[in-house]
Design a protein around this ligand. Structure first.
Ligand code: NCD
Ligand code: ZN
Length: 345
């Protein structure tokens, strides 16, 4: 029997939603993960420190009894965000990062930033107080092909911003391209990247071959195979600039299975099993702990968790539910397309 013991993991990019969905999904994260950076793209979004306190309370109230889990709160950056409110949120220990969604880039991002100049006062204050910026790294210009949006964002938004404000610490979230990996590797400081579970497993064929498969649709959209291979190599390298952010993004099935389906893949349920599978395929099981449990805390200036978890490899495939039933409806769980043998004990 193969086993693997790691520090308890954290998820550096997670959507928990609110209300009945929050109640239905949070246990899937708190079962394995000690902490998670909570995305602020609710309707309406989490914009102020007061909003973030209230959302944190709702998350803690929804936790299954006995689970220990710390939500690391973020603020949704708008063109009118008040730098002093952000600083106060940081000083109180509540706010771990601020999230930049280019307006219209993804689910609930219409209130995001259109003109980065308008956000400069907040970004300058964040650089001064050492508060990281998490970016959804895609341009939204209609002329840019959806498969090129990340690469164009790096060139036209991210790189200019980093030259303008080199002191600002930036997490490029859910990197999906070799371009993103190379850009992060080439940077000398203040840039890291999170990688999702699903982008290590699927390429764009999963969405489109043999019929359209909405449960593999997310943003940034999965790219060609060469990009997936670059992500796997980066994740399995142990380079501390790359760590796990699942981007687990639950939407109830009717919102995915329709003429204009939402972006988002729900991976919280089987993420650790999927990752053990991927790292074993890469002959890098010894690097899994860095990816899930060490590099993220180091980047955000936090200690790794003291608790440990153990995974065991079973001869028979492990059964996961194919749907999570929530008070708001069924949510399809990510199907990696192969049997999973690793199980968290
Ligand atoms: C996310 C969501 O549903 O909130 N969707 C997704 O496909 N990842 C938004 C996001 O992170 O882009
Ligand atoms: Zn996300």
């Amino acid at each position: 029997m193969k086993t693997l013991t790691l520090r308890r993991p954290d998820d550096w990019h997670l959507h928990l939603r609110d209300g009945a969905v929050l109640e239905g999904v949070i246990g899937d994260t708190s079962r394995h993960f000690a902490r998670a950076i909570i995305m602020p793209n609710l309707v309406p979004p989490v914009v102020t420190t007061a909003d973030a306190w209230a959302y944190r309370d709702r998350i803690l109230a929804a936790l299954p009894a006995g689970d220990r889990f710390e939500p690391l709160m973020t603020l949704y950056l708008t063109e009118s965000t008040d730098p002093s409110d952000v600083e106060e949120g940081r000083k109180s220990g509540l706010i771990t990062a601020v999230k930049l969604y280019p307006a219209g880039a993804t689910t609930n991002s219409h209130g995001g930033v259109r003109d980065i100049d308008k956000a400069m006062p907040v970004l300058e204050r964040m650089a001064k107080i050492g508060l990281p910026l998490c970016v959804h790294g895609e341009v939204t210009t209609p002329e840019v092909d959806i498969f090129d949006r990340e690469a164009v964002f790096i060139e036209t938004v991210l790189d200019p911003l980093r030259r303008r404000l080199p002191e600002l610490k930036i997490t490029m979230e859910h990197v999906t391209t070799a371009d993103g990996i190379d850009y992060i590797k080439s940077s000398k400081s203040n840039l890291a990247g999170s990688i999702t579970t699903h982008h290590l497993i699927i390429n764009r064929n999963a969405i489109l071959v043999g019929g359209i498969r909405p449960h593999y649709y997310c943003l940034p959209v999965a790219k060609r195979e060469n990009h997936r291979l670059a992500l796997r190599a980066a994740a399995a390298s142990g380079d501390p600039r790359f760590f796990l952010g699942t981007d687990s993004a639950p939407h109830v099935d009717p919102l995915k299975e329709c003429a204009c389906g939402c972006a988002g893949i729900y991976t919280s349920v089987n993420t650790m099993s999927c990752l053990a599978h991927v790292f074993e395929q890469e002959n890098a099981l010894d690097k899994l702990e860095a990816f899930t449990s060490l590099s993220g805390p180091a980047w955000y200036g936090l200690k790794p968790n003291d608790e440990m978890i153990t995974l065991e490899k079973r001869d028979q495939p492990v059964n996961f539910p194919s749907k999570r039933d929530t008070g708001a409806g069924l949510i399809t769980v990510f199907d990696p397309g192969f049997p999973l043998h690793w199980e968290v004990l």
